[in-house]
Ligand binder design. Structure first.
Ligand code: SAH
Length: 492
C-alpha cells in the first residue's frame, strides 16, 4: 500500500525557505490518563500549539496543561453537542495547518493504537500537510501495568497481540488478520520465519525496523519467506522490531522528508538556552542530545557595595550576565536607575533582547557578535565603561581596553563551571559549541569524537575547538540560534 508523500514543505524547503508559512499537525498520544505518562516531546509541542483538537479519553490533567490562548476543540463533544465526525476532524486539522497554525491532535494512549491516528495520518498525507507522529504510552500495555499485570512474563506467556473487541466490520478478529509484533527477534529470525510459515502464507508482509525513532533508524519491508534473508542481507542488528501482517506493508513515511532525520546532534550549551535550537532541529527530524558541558551560577552579593553610577557605557556580554545582573540588583536592594544616563552595549541580539525584556534599551550591538568587536566599538565611542562579565570568561575585551588605555571597570557577575558528565554519548554527527567554555567543558569530560563536525558559534569558539583537537570545524555565519540552525541545515 503506497501513500503519496510529496509534502508541500519539502517543495518549499527545496527552495530554501525553512520557515515556511504552512503549519504542521502533531498527532500526539497523551498516554492512558496519568499526566506523568505523556511524553516530553508531546508536552513540548502542546506548549506551543495554536490549536488543540482533543478526544474524550484525554485526561483533564493533560488538558489543563494547554496554554491559555490556544484554540481548543473538543472532538468528543464540540458545539451543539454533536460529536465531530472523522471527516470533520480531518478537515479541521487540514484547514488550520493550511492557515499556518500549529495543530496538536491529542489522543488517548497512543495515536496509532486503535486511535484512528492511522486514518488521520493518511488524510494529512493525501492533503499534502506536514505532520509528525508523537507516540504515546498505550493503555493496552500501561493499564494492565498499573493493575500489577505484566503483559509478558517468561513464566506465563511468550507474546502479546492487541485486538479490538469490535472492529470496523464488527467481526471477531482472527489471528490471520492481526499484526504480530516481535521484539528481540533478530538472532532468531530464521526460526521465527520457519515457525510462522507453518500457519501463515509465504507472502505475508513483514517489516523490520532497526534503531527505531533514532537517527540510525532503518526500515526494511519484506515478506515472510524472505524475512531471514532480508535481515542477513541488510546486516540488521539489534535492537530491532519485527512486524508481521498486512499492516507491515504500510509506509506512512512521515519522517522520509525530514532533512535531519539521520543526524545525531549534541548541544553543549546550558539547558535553558538550548531549548529553542533543539526544537528547530527536532522539527527537521534530528536526534538532539542536550548535553550541557558548562553550568553558570550567579556570584552572590557582588552588587552590595559596587558603584553603578558615573559611567558612560555599561556593557553586557551574555544573556546569563543580564539575568544575573537583574537578580543581583534585587538581592542587594539596588535600583536600576542608579545606572543613570549611561548608554548600554550588548554583545549580540540575544543579549540585546534580554535587556529589552527588562525595560532597557540598547544603544550599541557590534556588527559581529563577539567580544573583540564589542570592545573595538566601545573604544571608538570613548568615555568611562563598566563591563559585566563571567568570572572565568575570556579576557578579550579587557585586553583591548588596556591596549588603548581606556578607563574601565568590570564586575564579575557570574561564573562558569564545567559539568561533570555521568554519561557520555559514544557517537554523534554534529556537536554544537556556543562558547569557548562549552568546548573546554566538553574536552574536560570526553577525549573521543574529535572527528565529529564541531559547529561553532564564532571564531573564538572555533579556535578553542581547534586547540582541543577537533578536525572538522564549521563556524556559523553569525552568533545566533537562527544561523546555527541554518548552518546545520546546510550540512543535511
Ligand atoms: N489509542 C488508545 C486506545 C483508544 S481505543 C491507546 O493506545 O490506549 C479506546 C479504548 O482504550 C478504551 O475503550 C479502553 O478499552 C482503552 N483505554 C484507554 N484508556 C484507558 C484507561 N485509562 N483505562 C482503561 N482502558 C483504557
Amino acid at each position: 500500500m503506497k501513500v503519496r508523500n510529496d509534502f508541500t514543505k519539502a517543495v518549499l524547503r527545496a527552495e530554501g525557505d525553512y520557515f515556511m508559512s504552512m503549519g504542521k499537525v502533531y498527532l500526539v498520544g497523551s498516554g492512558p490518563g496519568d499526566s506523568g505518562l505523556m511524553t516530553l516531546r508531546g508536552h513540548e509541542v502542546l506548549k506551543r500549539a495554536d490549536v488543540v483538537i482533543y478526544d474524550r479519553l484525554v485526561n483533564d490533567s493533560i488538558i489543563a496543561m494547554i496554554p491559555e490562548n490556544v484554540i481548543m476543540i473538543d472532538a468528543g463533544k464540540s458545539s451543539g453537542s454533536h460529536t465531530l465526525t472523522q471527516r470533520e476532524i480531518e478537515s479541521l486539522m487540514t484547514e488550520y495547518a493550511l492557515n499556518g497554525k500549529i495543530v496538536v491532535r491529542l489522543k488517548g494512549g497512543d495515536p496509532f493504537v486503535f486511535g484512528r491516528g492511522g486514518e488521520e495520518a493518511q488524510a494529512l498525507m493525501n492533503a499534502g500537510i506536514y505532520f509528525e507522529v508523537i507516540p504515546g504510552v498505550t493503555s493496552a500495555i500501561s493499564v494492565p501495568a498499573y493493575a500489577g499485570i505484566p503483559v509478558t512474563h517468561r513464566d506465563y506467556c511468550s507474546g502479546v497481540n492487541i485486538f479490538t473487541a469490535h472492529d470496523k466490520h464488527n467481526l471477531v478478529p482472527e489471528f490471520n488478520n492481526t499484526t504480530s509484533i516481535f521484539l528481540m527477534g533478530i538472532s532468531n529470525a530464521k526460526a521465527l520465519q520457519d515457525k510462522l510459515l507453518c500457519s501463515l502464507s509465504p507472502d505475508t508482509p513483514c517489516a523490520v525496523i532497526e534503531n527505531g525513532t533514532t537517527s540510525r533508524q532503518r526500515v526494511i519491508h519484506t515478506r515472510l519467506d524472505e524475512l531471514y534473508d532480508s535481515v542477513m542481507k541488510n546486516h540488521i542488528e539489534p535492537p530491532a522490531v519485527i512486524i508481521i501482517g498486512s499492516a507491515a506493508d504500510m509506509s506512512l513515511n512521515w519522517r522520509g522528508n525530514l532533512p535531519l532525520r539521520h543526524k545525531r546532534i549534541i548541544i553543549t550549551r546550558p539547558e535553558a538556552r538550548a531549548e529553542e535550537l533543539s526544537q528547530l532541529l527536532r522539527d527537521e527530524g534530528a536526534e538532539v542530545i542536550i548535553m550541557p558541558t558548562i553550568k553558570t551560577s550567579r556570584i552572590p552579593h557582588v552588587l552590595d557595595n559596587a558603584n553603578l553610577s558615573g559611567y558612560d557605557w555599561i556593557g553586557f556580554t551574555s544573556v546569563t550576565g543580564v539575568n544575573a545582573f537583574i537578580e543581583s540588583l534585587c538581592e542587594s536592594n539596588r535600583d536600576i536607575r542608579e545606572l543613570g544616563h549611561a548608554k548600554i552595549a550588548a554583545i549580540g541580539n540575544a543579549t540585546r533582547d534580554s535587556l529589552n525584556a527588562h525595560g532597557l534599551n540598547v544603544d550599541y550591538v557590534p556588527e559581529v557578535f563577539d567580544g573583540l568587536h564589542m570592545a573595538e566599538g566601545l573604544v571608538k565611542f570613548g568615555g568611562r565603561i563598566l563591563m559585566f562579565r563571567a568570572l572565568n570568561g575570556t579576557q578579550d575585551i579587557s585586553n583591548i581596553f588596556r591596549k588603548y588605555g581606556i578607563a574601565f571597570d568590570e564586575i564579575c557577575i557570574y561564573r562558569t563551571d564545567y559539568v561533570e558528565l555521568k554519561h557520555v554519548p559514544e557517537f554523534a554527527d554534529i556537536i554544537i559549541f556556543t562558547s569557548a567554555s562549552t568546548v573546554r567543558g566538553f574536552a574536560h569530560n570526553i577525549n573521543s569524537m574529535r572527528d565529529v563536525i564541531a559547529l561553532c558559534i564564532g571564531i573564538q569558539t572555533a579556535d578553542e575547538a581547534k586547540r582541543e583537537g577537533f578536525t572538522r570545524i564549521k563556524i556559523a555565519e553569525e552568533a545566533s540560534v537562527r544561523k546555527l540552525f541554518e548552518a546545520v541545515m546546510s550540512l543535511a
